[in-house]
Ligand binder design. Structure first.
Ligand code: ARG
Ligand code: ZN
Length: 884
């Protein structure tokens, strides 16, 4: 249930007028206020009588005083929009209960009792998709973080661990498949048209890991034999027509299980592992014990409907959720401030897995691109928070790139400082010490410290300080000595004006200009505000390669001439550093161009240097195409904006497009030859074929910018000749950004071909909302009236509006219409699905970093949202922080 918010000056309501804070303002929850729960709940029995419009739930809790907590004679059972039908204590109807807001308080005289509470819920009315909801005729659940309290009254906090026994009864035709956590113990038919199933999960778990699914589903079934020889049955449940698109997910699951045994020594612990794909889902997927629930987007894939990127997404998310079985489920979180304990660590685990399954450097570059595109802007704006936040109003707002991706980077730095073997000793100790517990980030750090033999005293600052550190570096040369002069600044963030220096592990190498070689990589740990390191044996000033492999999540300001960047782009043996040198070269030029520092001659000279570096990338036979494709990606407009104190999105867009056109026209024949070569490689999932598809579409992008007619023709032929989604979508992306009849024809063809496939229709919406076409705003407004558009399905909402909000040239339209559209979306979506609505706020929240004219319009839209009479806790928190 949404918490209503009263405006700060509620008209005509004297009771509320001077209440401070307003009684409707959602309270702030603070990490330092953590107290253990006064009661233990060792056992839970749930009885569900399932119906799409009415589901009855009777929950029976065995409770006992928690000797390790303060004494209390009442137990608080959280609820959210629930009504009590009856309460029994020790088998007798009880009157010793009251409601406190949404929560149920039951008075308990003794030390141990049994409480039974009956409630009834309406899954079809649940548009928030938290708790038990109906999706496409089936029933499913999402309980993390606080959804279980929308199903039944319960101490809905991750430090209360219970074993669950669940019985469910439902119509056999509507719900032929009945699934829950753990093992199926019994099932049968009733005399009417209903049937039932009883599930038992032997592993104690917090309520957020509970899951139930009931509906018409079919399974792809397989098995996996664990390292100790136990056979585990694997099922992937989907809608009947989707079965033949589950093969890749199943392969990914088996690879994940094997990899986690080999790499982290983690074995699966039940005889059954079920995955269910649902089409209405707020996030990517959920790691419920033994019953993972997935967004269809991360399960279904085949070559006709999924791109190479989609295949990677399936593999990575399957791995992520599977890995949570240990990092999240066996060891869970004490409270939600510790979210990064499971998410940061699990993201690192899935990143390392994907690195091992494919190209390590390419995966690293992709992960850094995500970090810079999503986390850096968060860390430098009004919503900045440490990976272990100190307070929140709505925890759903903290499932962020900071908690997930920066959280993973922080743990990766520990691994870099001690090496993989010692890191493994640390994680072994962590799992051994805390198995079956609800742990803290501090517990994790301590285990790595003890197990890996690292001193992480100062390093703990990475958990408490927000903001992306800026490291400045300069090389001085005298005699045969090169000196690195390093300094760091951790910028101020909301609530944290003063920061302390943090240990920053930087992999560095110094290249000899004459032979293009270095004498070995070194790990320098910068742990002071300023420091220097000397290296001898250099007759000439060396070329510095720093933060190799992106060893620390920082921004580097290096005082290095453009020709040295060209040198590194061609010679660095660290693939990430090579990519970085090219990116730097481009970023530096575009920054100068946008900030008006270049005359025509400077601009031409810089473009020529960049085109030269790109020519070398195209010609370098030592590169594989996957890596070549990465090197050819221009920095995004969002990332460019992030490098500037106050950005002008219009100028950034224009300069970046102009640079693309200049490169495209300078290298037109090279790109055309690349396109021809790559088009000859037949479809397969091999690295070679995937690389070919990647550079093929990159070539199209440059050709279309440099010579529109040629680019359009080639894109059309790639589109019409495509035998896979990667080529088809790539060509359509290029066409969607151009004018001409080919655009209309291809979009129509694509729609007609795939109109029955929701995930591909999502792509069709996204292609138009994220296109480079000047009329995106009009296109998006028209698409909102398309018969297949709905505000009820998060994938569809994101496919149109999230794509739009993250399309800088459309969102930042000069007249402010983009801002208005996004604010309209937030206001319309908030009553339906607050969690998804709130995810649009951060884009408007960037207003302080945008040029004054647009900035004022962005702020005005935030104020318009803030003035709405009723806002969810989710949106209220994000908007107030963004304005604050
Ligand atoms: N734990 C899930 C994951 O693996 C995310 C679930 C978040 N759900 C939510 N409603 N905030 O990343
Ligand atoms: Zn996760």
């Amino acid at each position: 249930m949404d918490i209503a918010r009263t405006p700060s000056t509620p008209d005509g309501n004297p009771e509320l007028a001077d209440a401070a804070p307003s009684p409707h303002e959602p309270p702030t929850i603070r990490r330092e206020d953590y107290r253990p729960f006064p009661w233990l709940v060792p056992e839970v029995a749930l009885d569900f009588d399932l119906g799409l419009d009415a589901t009855r739930v009777v929950s029976t809790l065995t409770v006992a005083r928690n000797a390790k907590a303060d004494h209390s004679s009442t137990i608080r059972l959280n609820g959210d929009g629930l009504e009590v039908l009856s309460v029994k204590v020790d088998g007798e109807m009880s009157n010793s209960w009251t409601m406190d807001g949404d929560d149920l308080l039951v008075t308990l005289p003794g030390d141990a009792h049994e409480i039974a509470v009956a409630t009834e819920i309406d899954p079809s009315a649940n548009t928030q998709l938290m708790g038990l909801y109906a999706s496409d005729g089936m029933l499913c659940t999402q309980c993390e973080a606080e959804g279980f309290r929308r199903i039944t009254f319960f101490p809905d906090r991750p430090d209360v661990l219970s074993t669950y026994r669940v019985r469910m009864t439902g119509d056999a035709e509507t719900f032929p498949v009945l699934l829950c956590n753990g093992n199926l113990e019994a099932s049968g038919k009733n005399d009417d048209d209903t049937h039932w199933a009883e599930w038992h999960d032997p592993w104690p778990k917090p309520s957020y890991l509970f899951a139930l699914v009931a509906g018409q589903l079919v399974a792809n079934t397989d098995s996996f034999t664990t390292m100790s020889g136990r056979e585990v049955t694997l099922n992937i449940y989907v809608r009947e027509g989707d079965l033949d698109r589950t093969g890749h997910a199943m392969e990914s699951l088996k690879k994940s299980m094997e990899w986690d045994e080999e790499t982290f020594g983690r074995e699966y612990d039940l005889d059954l592992f079920n995955i269910v794909a649902v089409s209405d889902f707020n996030m990517g997927a959920m790691e419920n014990k033994g019953l993972n629930v997935f967004n269809t987007k991360y399960v279904l894939a085949d070559e006709d409907t999924a791109t190479d990127g989609d295949f990677d997404g399936v593999e990575g998310v399957i791995a992520h959720e599977y890995f949570h079985n240990w990092s999240g489920n066996r060891v869970t979180c004490r409270d939600w401030f510790q979210l990064s304990l499971k998410e940061g660590f699990t993201v690192l685990r899935d990143q390392l897995f994907s690195q091992d399954m494919g190209s390590e450097p390419v995966k690293r570059i992709e992960d850094v691109r995500v970090l810079r595109g999503a986390q850096f802007p968060e860390d430098s704006g009004p919503l900045a928070h440490p990976i272990r936040p100190d307070s929140y109003r709505e925890i759903s707002n903290f499932y962020t790139a900071t908690v997930y991706n920066k959280g993973a980077e922080v743990i990766r730095m520990m691994r870099t400082m001690c090496g993989p073997e010692r890191f493994r000793k640390g994680t072994d100790l962590y799992f051994e010490r805390h198995d079956g517990e609800a742990a803290t980030c501090e517990d994790f750090v301590k285990a790595i410290e003890d197990g890996a033999g690292l001193d992480l005293k100062q390093f703990r600052l990475w958990y408490s300080q927000a903001g992306t550190p800026r490291v400045s570096v300069r090389v001085e040369h005298e005699g045969d000595t090169a000196t690195l002069r390093l300094s760091q600044v951790v910028p101020a963030t909301p609530g944290q004006p003063d920061k302390q220096p943090m240990p920053i592990p930087l992999k560095v190498a110094l290249f000899d200009r004459a032979n293009g070689q270095h004498k070995g990589e070194e790990l320098v740990i910068l742990d002071k505000a300023e420091d220097s390191v000397t290296f001898s044996g250099f007759v000439e000033k060396p070329v510095l390669s720093i933060n190799r492999g992106f060893s620390a999540p920082v921004t580097i300001e290096r005082d290095i001439p453009a020709e040295d960047l060209v040198f590194l782009a061609a010679n660095d043996d660290d693939p990430f550093a090579r990519y970085e040198a090219l990116q730097d070269l481009v970023v530096r030029h575009l920054k100068q161009a946008v900030e008006g520092e270049l005359d025509d001659a400077d601009r031409a000279e810089a473009r020529e240097a960049i085109a030269g570096a790109f020519r070398a990338v195209l010609a370098d036979e030592s590169l594989d195409d996957l890596m070549r494709g990465e090197l050819l990606v221009l920095p995004t407009e969002t990332y460019l904006a992030e490098t500037m104190l106050v950005a002008d999105p219009g100028r950034i867009h224009a300069e970046r497009q102009a640079l693309r056109a200049a490169i495209g026209s300078a290298l037109e024949e090279e790109f055309a030859a690349l396109h021809t070569r790559a088009s000859a490689v037949p479809y397969s999932l091999s690295a070679e074929a995937r690389g070919a598809r990647k550079v093929k579409t990159q070539a199209l992008l440059y050709l279309a910018a440099g010579n529109a007619d040629r680019g359009r023709d080639l894109a059309w032929s790639q589109y019409s000749g495509a035998d896979n989604m990667t080529d088809r979508q790539g060509a359509l992306m290029v066409l969607a950004g151009m004018s001409g009849i080919e655009r209309t024809d291809a979009l129509l063809d694509f729609y007609n071909r795939y109109k029955g496939n929701a995930l591909v229709v999502d792509k069709w919406f996204t292609l138009q909302a994220s296109s480079m076409h000047p009329d995106v705003l009009e296109h998006v407004k028209a698409l909102a009236d398309h018969p297949q558009f709905t505000m009820k399905n998060p994938n569809r909402v994101r496919s149109l509006y999230m794509a739009f909000a993250y399309n800088p040239h459309a969102f930042h339209a000069e007249d402010g219409e983009g801002y208005k559209l996004v604010a309209d979306v937030i206001l319309a979506l908030d009553p339906i699905n607050p969690q998804t609505a709130a995810r649009f706020v951060p884009q408007l929240g960037r207003w302080r970093r945008i040029e004054p004219k647009r900035s004022a319009m962005m702020k005005a839209q935030l104020e318009r949202i803030a003035a709405a009479p009723k806002l969810s806790r989710d949106t209220y928190e994000q908007v107030s922080r963004s304005l604050g």
